[in-house]
Design a protein around this ligand. Structure first.
Ligand code: ADP
Length: 444
């Protein structure tokens, strides 16, 4: 976490520095009016430029300046060191030849994923903390990158400045930490499960005779042990999610039926807290009370290709939060979609989330610091794990919330068209039968 702050801080400093340099250079062109003033200005600007040059050549971060055509205009020694290209070679070349980026699986960034293209197109600062650079000698270098577009007086984009830092050491340490957490929580889960089992036996009337005071203590111990077990499980899952070892057995899932069933399973937990619970199908907000006998409506099929256990994990997690952070009202689980996307959401009428916390919510261990979270237990891992799972299926998860009114957590997943989904289901069934044909299952 600290490393990320340091790196981001360093990159921000670099951005400010380069912007200062560019402003200084631009300012240099407009100072030609009075001679005496000019001489004074020119010497002070030279002094400023010299300072900027000194800083640019002494910082460790790579700094690259490109024009709108993507041609490199400036390449500092930090960039030379990280990429293996010299400034002499790089300046004048297309940046794509020099800054070759790949993702964590080694797949080269497409044009649309390039942070340079995004910064120039979207006219905003674009950061990428997961990129890997392929250096001139084919070495892989983990990078944090920040690209800022540059503007002229008419607010036209004139180029972009990129600041990047080698974070190979930080990423490798992060991996080691994740590995340690994963091994430790795996090892600790076993004895905790044994303690939980014995406590359950001790409080079982049919197995043990104990007085009511002892029962009270043991029940508390049992609840805490269950919490500890959940914590180890969450730690293990988040460590696996981080290094890409999260197991997933995707199959065709029809989310309409899946969610209706799950809503019924979860209903009890909401009712126990005195909350209403509903399943809402379709963008019209049409409510289906699953317990009503006339709930037969013509519904579209919302197919996705994902591991149903993982999707259940996400929904249960969002639902548990909705119940945890809501004192009165209703929790709704909804489903809608268009031709390309299936969207489900979990809406509550609870405490809501302050706007300044929203962008951090899906980070590891992040909990909003307020009375609700102080009184309600939690690890701050649930939303992080949920995001990792949804990203596994090329989906997106986000929240919209208003303090005092409630929150809605949305999930978008790519939609599988019905015909393809049914063909895949039929193939999977045929494969599972003993007389399975040798036809491979088509993947979306
Ligand atoms: P936790 O175990 O703390 O619930 P999560 O990762 O699931 O961890 O959630 C992170 C934080 O997001 C919570 O601590 C809480 O502050 C906030 N949060 C999550 N869901 C809700 C919700 N439905 N309403 C209000 N706050 C929420």
């Amino acid at each position: 976490m600290n490393n990320t702050f340091l790196v981001t801080g360093g990159i921000m400093f670099g951005v400010v520095l380069v912007l200062l340099l560019v402003i200084t250079l631009l300012a240099g062109h407009s100072s030609k009016k009075r001679r005496t003033k000019r001489e004074h200005l020119s010497s002070s600007l030279q002094g400023e430029k010299l300072k900027s040059d000194i800083i640019l050549s002494s910082i460790e971060d790579g700094v690259i300046l490109i024009d709108t055509q993507g041609i490199i205009q400036l390449f500092n020694p930090g960039a030379e060191h990280i990429t293996g290209w010299t400034a002499k070679e790089a300046v004048g070349l297309d940046y794509r030849l020099v800054i070759k980026l790949v993702d964590d699986k080694g797949v080269e960034y497409t044009e649309q994923h390039s942070p340079f293209v995004k910064a120039l197109g979207q006219k905003t600062v674009v950061r990428d903390n997961d990129a890997t650079l392929v250096s001139r000698s084919n070495k892989r270098v983990a990078l944090n990158i920040s690209i800022s577009p540059l503007f002229d007086n008419q607010k036209n984009v004139t180029g972009a400045v990129g600041i990047f830092r080698d974070v190979s050491q930080e990423r490798s340490e992060e991996r080691q930490r994740a590995e340690f957490i994963s091994t430790a929580s795996h090892e600790m889960r076993t004895p905790v499960a044994a303690i939980e089992g014995y406590l359950a036996l001790a409080t079982n009337d049919k197995v043990c005779k104990i007085d009511s005071k002892a029962r009270g203590y043991l029940e508390k111990a049992h609840a805490s042990t269950q919490h500890l077990g959940q914590l180890f499980q969450d730690l293990l899952t988040s460590a696996k999610a981080e290094d890409g070892r999260l197991s997933s057995h995707p199959q065709v899932v029809e989310l309409g039926q899946f969610l209706e069933q799950l809503t019924d399973d979860l209903r009890f937990a909401a009712q126990k807290k005195g909350l209403g619970m509903e399943f809402v199908m379709g963008s019209s907000g049409q409510t289906i009370d699953a317990s009503a006998s006339n709930a037969k409506l013509v519904k579209p099929f919302y197919y996705v290709y994902a591991d149903p256990d993982r999707i259940r994990e996400v929904i249960t997690n969002l639902f548990d939060n909705a119940v945890k952070y809501t004192d009165s009202g209703t929790v709704s689980i909804g489903l809608t979609g268009n031709d390309d996307v299936v969207q489900f959401y979990i809406r509550d009428t609870g405490a809501g989330i302050p706007p300044e916390d929203i962008s951090h919510l899906f980070q590891k261990f992040y909990r909003v610091d307020n009375s609700a979270t102080r009184t309600v237990g939690g690890t701050g891992l649930g939303l992080f794990i949920s995001r990792k799972i949804i990203e596994l299926y090329d989906g997106r998860i986000w929240v919209e919330s208003e303090v005092g009114k409630g929150s809605t957590f949305f999930v978008n997943l790519p939609r599988l068209d019905a015909q393809k989904a049914q063909t895949m289901q039929a193939q999977a069934t045929a494969q599972a039968s003993p007389l399975a044909s040798a036809t491979p299952i088509v993947k979306p």
